[in-house]
Design a protein around this ligand. Structure first.
Ligand SMILES: [Zn+2]
Ligand SMILES: [Zn+2]
Length: 276
């Protein structure tokens, strides 16, 4: 199956989903409204990357997902990205975008290249806020590269993305046969891979009694899947309960669940884009 390289349909679906969730859940409306602007920028950037004048083919770039960034294509869009963020983001992030815009392009390149090398591997120490700018800007590029890669071999239950080696961001339960099959979604390139249901993706715990699940009343299709052995949790979007959900977007609305998890001493393995 080949994915459309422009990704326009995917981005439109994310934007519509954010609109729908923000209308339903006032507690997440501010973040989701901001996310809509981010996704709209990402859609345009992805179309530019995929254009015939855009990024060279996989053969020219090499087969590694993280082979060097094509800065000639990316950099001309960075200033426009910063001003979009400055205009629409919550105050602290808006200020960070403003500061970044004042720096010379050498600093932009350093920030983008550092994110590109390390993201998805050590993010927890960096934090969602510090990495927001390079992450939101490069997400369409990482997704474009992932769509160009040869299909990863179908290995099941590996703890890092088979395509790029990053940790999972969230889980997804998708309808398969009579029940649901669990997938993990990569925090860097957004690809999914299959993962066993009763199995902690952080430490490998498999005892059901050590793996509590929490569901909040407001969002019955989202689960916190925690682990009492390593004290990490993974947010999992259950598409068998809501087939319209888009895990990447629904996760941004799961604020009550994250609060519950933190109150109970569980940490998130990888922060989402907005750190919610
Ligand atoms: Zn990946
Ligand atoms: Zn664990």
């Amino acid at each position: 199956m080949t994915k459309p390289q422009t990704g326009a349909t995917e981005y439109d679906a994310r934007i519509r989903r954010a609109e729908r969730l923000s209308a339903q859940h006032a507690f997440a409306a501010e973040f989701l409204n901001f996310y809509k602007h981010v996704a709209a920028f990402q859609k345009t950037l992805r179309a530019n990357i995929a254009a015939p004048s855009g990024v060279k083919s996989r053969d020219a770039l090499g087969v590694e997902l993280r082979s060097p960034l094509d800065l000639t294509v990316l950099l001309p869009h960075f200033r426009g990205f910063l001003s979009a963020i400055e205009q629409h983001a919550p105050a602290a992030l808006s200020q960070a975008a403003h500061q970044m815009a004042l720096l010379p392009s050498d600093s932009w390149i350093a920030s983008l290249e550092s994110y590109w090398q390390h993201a998805g591997k050590y993010d927890q120490q960096v934090g969602a806020f510090a990495q927001f700018l390079p992450r939101a800007f490069l997400q369409p590029y990482a997704e474009f590269r992932a769509a160009q890669m040869p299909q990863a071999p179908m290995v099941i239950t590996v703890r890092v993305c088979p395509l790029c080696g990053s940790r999972p961001l969230i889980g997804a339960l998708r309808v398969e046969g009579d029940s649901g099959k669990r997938f993990l979604l990569c925090s860097f390139c957004s690809q999914e891979w299959e993962f066993r249901r009763i199995h902690c993706p952080t430490c490998g715990e498999q005892a059901e009694t050590k793996l509590p699940v929490y569901v909040a009343e407001q969002l019955p299709h989202i689960r916190v899947e925690a682990c009492d052995t390593c004290k990490f949790f993974l947010t999992t979007v259950d598409l068998t309960k809501d087939g319209h959900a888009i895990p990447l977007v629904d996760d941004l609305a799961a604020i009550p669940l994250t609060l519950w998890a933190h109150e109970h001493g569980y940490s998130r393995l990888q922060p989402n884009l907005l750190g919610t």
